[in-house]
Design a protein around this ligand. Structure first.
Ligand SMILES: CCCCCCCCCCCCC/C=C/C(=O)SCCNC(=O)CCNC(=O)[C@H](O)C(C)(C)COP(=O)(O)OP(=O)(O)OC[C@H]1O[C@@H](n2cnc3c(N)ncnc32)[C@H](O)[C@@H]1OP(=O)(O)O
Length: 242
């Protein structure tokens, strides 16, 4: 009996050790990841400011930062993995929608349609994303290091109230500006007849994407409002299964 109890406690200790090791690795990885992403978005912010100070115009700004933006925004896909494997307590769906919509904006809209790269709306969402991400990743970093300055916490859970609608406006106006070019060129579309017998019209797809903001954006926004109440006001929120 005693030996079984001993065995049990050895097994338990072993499991606890494994959990500790796993969470230490997870914490180390997340700290590295968040520092790298904060640095990446800071580099983007500085590149944008330098460009504007030197050229005094926003024309050509997207092109000058496109590589860095594509890199750091695409890397953010790993955040869906973080949720899926459970090292961060966030919904895979909420994170997935957020990250995928950004990647779609970067690769399939702004990067693919050169004619819209100088639109003011592109600069609007770029500035909004950059400010948001510098705040968000530095929040996670300081939080993991247990040294979170209050102003970063405050900014993380207040800025989105203005930044989210502004970012969405920038994104929707950019897609809207892309529509005539997509229609004219027929890009990324497949017309019948073709050997696959499939028809796809990117123009209408973009209209569907724009309409999908109507049900999806409020969910992201209200998720952040709930997080805000939880973190800043200390409310206990019972989450529904997501
Ligand atoms: C095919 C194409 C499809 C297109 C479809 C289109 C539809 C699109 C609809 C809407 C699109 C919106 C577009 C958005 C644009 C913009 O971003 S505009 C700029 C403003 N944006 C924001 O303010 C972003 C706000 N959103 C977010 O912050 C996140 O993306 C989130 C996933 C929506 C919410 O974050 P969440 O993680 O749930 O909340 P937190 O409070 O920050 O964290 C919860 C816990 O998780 C821990 N955590 C999360 N990530 C990390 C990490 N990287 N490192 C460490 N820890 C992390 C965090 O600490 C919390 O943990 P606890 O403290 O233990 O609770």
């Amino acid at each position: 009996m005693a030996s079984m109890e001993e065995d049990g406690s050895v097994e338990e200790k072993d499991n606890n050790n494994k959990k500790r090791t796993k969470s230490a690795i997870a914490v180390a990885w997340l700290t590295f990841y968040n520092i790298a992403m904060t640095a990446g978005w800071l580099v983007l912010a500085m590149a944008m400011m330098r460009f504007y100070l030197q050229k005094a115009t926003h024309k050509g700004l997207y092109k000058s930062i496109a590589r860095t933006l594509k890199f750091f925004q695409t890397v953010a896909l790993v955040e869906v993995g973080h949720c899926a494997i459970g090292i961060v307590r966030t919904s895979v769906i909420v994170t997935g929608v957020q990250v995928c919509s950004r990647i779609f904006m970067v690769w399939f809209i702004t990067n693919s349609i050169k004619q819209i790269q100088n639109e003011e709306s592109v600069i609007l969402f770029l500035v909004v994303w950059t400010l948001t991400e510098i705040t968000r990743y530095s929040f996670y970093t300081f939080n993991l290091l247990n040294h979170l300055p209050y102003f970063i916490k405050w900014a993380r859970y207040n800025m989105f109230i203005i930044m989210y609608p502004l970012g969405v406006a920038g994104e929707l106006l950019t897609i809207y500006a892309a529509l005539p070019f997509v229609r004219k060129t027929g890009m990324l579309s497949m017309r019948l007849p073709n050997k696959y017998n499939i028809s796809f019209d990117y123009y209408y797809f973009l209209i569907i994407v724009m309409l999908s903001y109507i049900p999806l954006f409020p969910q992201l926004f209200f998720h952040m409002l709930r997080q805000r109440r939880k973190v800043l006001l200390g409310e206990i929120i019972v989450e529904k299964d997501e």
